[in-house]
Design a protein around this ligand. Structure first.
Ligand code: NAX
Ligand code: K
Length: 476
């Protein structure tokens, strides 16, 4: 698992650790990591030209000490001090002692134009709001110079706790972060500005509390997925029921079932008007028309993809929500469900909106959901007492309890923004629910596998390609 902690958690852990260590040790650990990554990016340090953009806080201090380390190895290092009277005194002295120099912003143009590498030490976890105009101007000069940008702790101007970007922010090639990831490094739009992430262990480990955000890694997914044993039969492995598609949208039925049959459940029941199309593609499906409760026992339901908004569709959603097994609601189901029906449930409910659907449920503009994804997913999970998977550029999964970390999906590709890919995801997640995975695990493992399958599929990909590639994404 990859963990991200809030600024407050980082500060508490740093305070606890600093009380046990001589002064300055943590900053030296940070600077050593920063210098090592800078040296890697440069390839050859001796003779290279490095600019340190140093703000007034400890983030600038880290960058100045890193600059000092590279200067000792033969780099020409120039620090540009954004507020010269408040620059980190000891860091600046170390840089000067190592042969580096410092200038004010008025003299920054020439060194920036010739720089190979620029450290963004403007602000770190103490930053508030976007870049100030002067810093934004300096960064424009940096991009024009095509220097490599290494952000210190996080790209300045992004919100460390939420991933929100309120104004101008640094666009980094690499971000070297200290002690733990910050939520903003994993969640868009900020994550899109961080470049490659490098975590430097500064020893916070035992002092960090519960993470705010976590990202599954391959081994985590492997440990969660169902594996049939000698005692398994199709019913013990779980049966998933899919209520999807309609005469008008039979394709959604096929796609949801194609995800479900590759999700580890022992059998898939399909209920609805798309049965002929489903059977043509997946003859192993148990197909029925009529109502969900007449279809036979299932261990989880998926309801909504391509369902339309007929009276029958509404009744089907109500009936499924009244059941005592886990239910995943997607697409049209999200419009047809009532909040009271979701709140009244005892078994788990998983909602899988994209930003537009989440916006409608929350009564916010879509852009507001996209700009504040973490807040949106938590708000929805709280309001509905449900596990919510918010799809998009970074897919997030929030549990109904605000104490649980939000999961951010590390896989995926922009090619997934294709018709029907969400239907495959809901079938897959429903199948994992039927195989008895807890709701947050089912949703986040499904997002992981779906995103990985998409990456393994040569573009331009179709939703059915993703479903077909799922077995290659399944960890062995
Ligand atoms: N506390 C520690 O033990 C450690 C801290 N470290 C570094 O210290 C950083 C945090 O340092 P600080 O708490 O001093 O805070 P920062 O260096 O992040 O910035 C705080 C300063 O920036 C100003 N500021 C806030 N928003 C701004 C904006 N938008 N534009 C320009 N200036 C702005 C504030 O007035 C304040 O003076 C971390 O991100 C990390 O880089 C590391 O050295 C590791 C150890
Ligand atoms: K920074």
């Amino acid at each position: 698992m990859r963990y991200a902690h809030t600024v407050q958690a980082v500060r508490d852990a740093e305070d606890a650790l600093m009380a046990r260590l001589p002064e300055g040790v943590l900053m030296q650990r940070a600077a050593a990591g920063l210098a090592a990554v800078g040296a890697e990016v440069l390839g050859r340090v001796y003779g290279s030209r490095v600019v340190v953009l140093a703000g007034s806080g400890s983030n600038g201090g880290d960058a100045l000490y890193a600059g000092a380390r590279l200067a000792r190895r033969g780099a020409a290092v120039t620090a540009v001090l954004l507020s010269p009277e408040r620059a980190h005194t000891a860091g600046l002295a170390a840089l000067r002692a190592a042969g580096g120099r410092a200038v004010g912003t008025e003299d920054a143009a020439a060194p920036i134009a010739r720089a190979h590498l620029v450290y963004d030490g403007i602000v770190g976890i103490g930053g508030k709001g976007g870049l100030r105009p002067q810093a934004a101007d300096l960064m424009r000069a940096v991009y024009d110079a095509r220097a490599a940008v290494v952000a210190v702790d996080l790209p300045s101007g992004v919100d460390a706790d939420t991933g929100e970007v309120a104004g101008d922010a640094v666009r980094a090639d690499v971000t070297v972060t200290f002690g733990t990831y910050k939520p903003g490094l994993l969640i868009d739009p900020a994550a899109g500005l961080a470049g490659a992430l490098r975590l430097i262990d500064i020893g916070l480990g035992d002092d960090l509390g519960v993470p705010a955000v976590e990202a599954l890694q391959n081994a985590d997914v492997a440990a969660m997925l169902p594996r049939p044993g000698g005692e398994s039969d199709k019913y013990r492995r779980g049966v998933v029921g899919i209520v999807a598609g309609s005469d008008r949208y039979p394709g959604a039925a096929v796609l949801a079932v194609s995800g479900a049959i590759r999700g580890g459940a022992g059998a898939v029941r399909y209920v609805g008007g798309g049965g002929a199309a489903v059977l043509a593609r997946h003859p192993e499906t148990l197909v029925s028309t009529g109502s969900p409760h007449a279809a036979g026992r299932v261990q989880a339901w998926v309801v909504g993809p391509g369902l339309g908004d007929s009276a029958a569709a509404r009744t089907a959603v109500e009936e499924v929500l009244a059941s005592d097994v886990p239910v995943l609601v997607d697409a049209d189901g999200l419009r047809l469900m009532s909040r009271d029906a979701v709140l009244a449930r005892n078994a788990a409910t998983v909602l899988t909106p994209h930003a537009g659907e989440a916006a409608a449920l929350l009564g916010r503009p879509r852009e507001a959901v996209e700009a504040s994804r973490l807040d949106a997913v938590r708000a929805l999970a709280g309001a509905y007492g449900a596990t919510v998977l918010l799809k998009g550029s970074t897919t997030l999964v929030a549990s109904p309890s605000a104490l649980e970390p939000v999961r951010v999906n590390p896989t995926g590709t922009a090619w997934l923004a294709t018709a029907g890919s969400g239907d495959v995801l809901s079938g897959l997640a429903g199948s994992l629910l039927a195989a008895a995975l807890p709701a947050a695990d089912a949703a986040s493992a499904a997002a992981y596998l779906h995103g990985l399958a998409a990456r393994l599929t040569p573009p331009p990909l179709t939703a059915l390609d993703v479903a077909t590639t799922l077995p290659s994404a399944w960890p062995l």
